[in-house]
Design a protein around this ligand. Sequence first.
Ligand SMILES: [Zn+2]
Length: 222
Amino acid sequence: MCRICTEPVESLIGLTKLNCSQCPDVTAIPAQLVNLEVLMCRGCPRLVLIPDTLVRLTELDCSECPNLKVIPPELVNLRELDCWNCPNLATIPASLVKLNSLNCMECPRLAFIPSTLRQLILLFCDDCPLLTSIPDTPSIPCCDGCPWLSENAHSYPNHIPSLLRIQRWFRHGRKQVFKRVLRTRAFNEFVFHPDRIGGKAVKRQLEAELGQMRPAKQQRVG
Ligand SMILES: [Zn+2]
């Protein structure tokens, strides 16, 4: 049970943050909560509706909501969207042009990520079997002037797989601990520059992984 289930809507209208994660009962976020800027509704098995009136939202975590089908395109101020493991979510709205961070892993119905999301710095989209289109590298600002790209250019014609590999390393590494800090672009550019400590560690990891997959890659190319 969460505040939506236990308190009258009138007493919640002024809230700018609301966490109703893991509530087994909530089916809809009330449309009257127009002041919300941060909404956490992760792991709500009966949640079917996030209303299109929550236009002030900048952070939304609606991961692990099996009955959620739509992220409303009206939520144009969203900067962070976590919607991983939403088996019925089929689209990320192209109108979310302010998104910095998108985690849509394990969304089996998701077929593409709109090319309009030009502010994306972090993108986690592994384990989406239908996903065929990720914004081209020029669309993801983190690739602009990225010191990694020239390093990979000769050995890896397509940069996206190597970026996804780096992201995987983040996830299994210390990302969870320093989640907030790691989301800032400045921090990432400093620590994960190829000549600094994080960059060197990633480089070793990449070399190990590339070494392991080299035979498969040669088969594909040849
Ligand atoms: Zn509840």
